[in-house]
Design a protein around this ligand. Structure first.
Ligand code: PLP
Length: 290
C-alpha cells in the first residue's frame, strides 16, 4: 500500500511569480491526507516489523490525523483505536473514522494530557498495540517527510509548508540537509505563537540555518479564519482548480501571496508550495463559506 504514490509537481498560473509550483501531496489519498500519509508510512512498517496489529493514537474531534490513521490502518489490514480529546461528540470526521473501523474513546481534557498512561490503562495488556503519538509525531514521521525532498528538483530556491507540530517541516529541513541543497525552507505556523516550532525542528535537524519561520499568518489562531482568508480561498480555488483547506494550506499560500506583493522574491526564484492535504477540514467550516 505504501509503495507507489501519485504526488505530481504542478506549475501554478501566477500573475507575478513565473516559477511557482505546488507539490500535490493532497493527491496521495483522499483520507490519508498528504503529510499524514508521509508521517504514517514508517509507523505502519514499524507495526508490521514488530508484529503490532493494532494502532492506538490520539487527536481532537476534527483531527486529520485520526481519519488518516483509521484509513491507513484499514488499508494495511490493521486494527485502530483512538483517544479523542474532550466530551463525546459526533461529526463528519469521526463518522469517517468509525467507517474505517476505528474504535473511539472520548477522553476528558485532563486525562488526555497523559497519553502514555492512557495507553497503559487501556491497552497495556494488548501485546499487539502500537502507541502512535498525536499527529504521528516522532522520528518515523520525520523520515517519511524527508522523502518529499527526494521527489523535488534540486534547484528550488524556496519551499513553503504549513505547520501544526512542525514535524513535517523538520522532515523537509532534514531532507534539504541530507541532499546538501541550497533551498530555504519557509514554515508558516497555522497557530498563534508559532515560535516554538523552531525548537521542534531543531530537535531533529541540529541547526535551522536554512529555515525561515513566518509567524504572522495564523489569522487569529489554530482553525481560526477571517473573511480575508476565506476570500483568498475562494479566489485561489476558482482560479487554480485546486482545493485548499482553511486550517493549513490556505494560510501558507496566503503567506506566499503576501510576501510576493511585498517584493520578497526575485523573478528567477523557483518556489514550491507543499500541499499537505487536509481537505476534510473544510467540512467543519461549512458556514464560513456562505
Ligand atoms: C496535520 C497537518 C499539518 C501539520 O503538520 P505538522 O507535521 O504537525 O506540522 C499541515 N497540513 C495539513 C493539511 C495537516 O493535516
Amino acid at each position: 500500500m505504501f509503495t507507489d504514490i501519485y504526488s505530481p509537481l504542478q506549475q501554478l498560473n501566477h500573475p507575478v511569480l513565473p516559477q511557482f509550483w505546488m507539490k500535490r501531496d493532497d493527491l496521495i489519498d483522499p483520507y490519508i491526507s498528504g503529510n499524514k500519509w508521509r508521517k504514517l508510512k514508517y509507523l505502519i512498517s514499524k507495526a508490521f516489523n514488530t508484529q503490532k496489529h493494532h494502532l492506538v493514537t490520539f487527536g481532537g474531534a476534527y483531527s486529520n490525523h485520526l481519519v488518516a490513521t483509521a484509513a491507513a490502518a484499514s488499508k494495511a489490514g490493521l486494527k485502530s483505536s483512538a483517544f479523542v480529546r474532550g466530551e463525546t461528540v459526533e461529526n463528519e470526521m469521526l463518522l469517517l473514522c468509525r467507517l474505517f473501523g476505528m474504535s473511539l474513546i472520548f477522553t476528558d481534557r485532563t486525562s488526555y494530557r497523559n497519553k502514555p498512561q492512557l495507553f497503559q490503562q487501556h491497552f497495556g495488556a494488548d501485546p499487539q498495540a502500537l502507541f502512535i503519538d498525536e499527529g504521528g509525531a516522532g522520528p518515523e514521521a520525520v523520515k517519511g517527510c524527508a522523502e518529499i525532498i527526494a521527489e523535488l528538483p534540486t534547484d528550488i530556491s524556496h519551499i513553503f509548508c504549513a505547520a501544526g507540530t512542525g514535524t513535517t517541516a523538520a522532515g523537509l529541513l532534514k531532507g534539504i540537509q541530507q541532499y546538501e541543497l541550497k533551498t530555504t525552507l519557509h514554515v508558516v505556523p497555522a497557530l498563534k505563537g508559532g515560535r516554538f516550532i523552531e525548537e521542534e525542528i531543531l530537535k531533529y535537524t541540529g541547526n535551522t540555518d536554512q529555515l525561515v519561520l513566518h509567524t504572522d499568518y495564523h489569522f487569529g489562531g489554530y482553525a481560526k479564519t477571517q473573511p480575508l482568508l476565506i476570500n483568498f480561498i475562494k479566489d485561489f480555488v476558482s482560479k487554480q482548480g485546486i482545493l485548499i483547506d482553511p486550517v493549513y494550506t490556505a494560510k501558507m499560500l496566503y503567506a506566499i501571496e503576501d510576501l510576493s506583493s511585498n517584493h520578497y522574491f526575485k523573478p528567477e526564484d523557483k518556489i514550491v508550495a507543499l500541499h499537505t492535504g487536509g481537505l476534510l477540514g473544510l467540512l467543519g467550516m461549512k458556514e464560513k463559506f456562505n
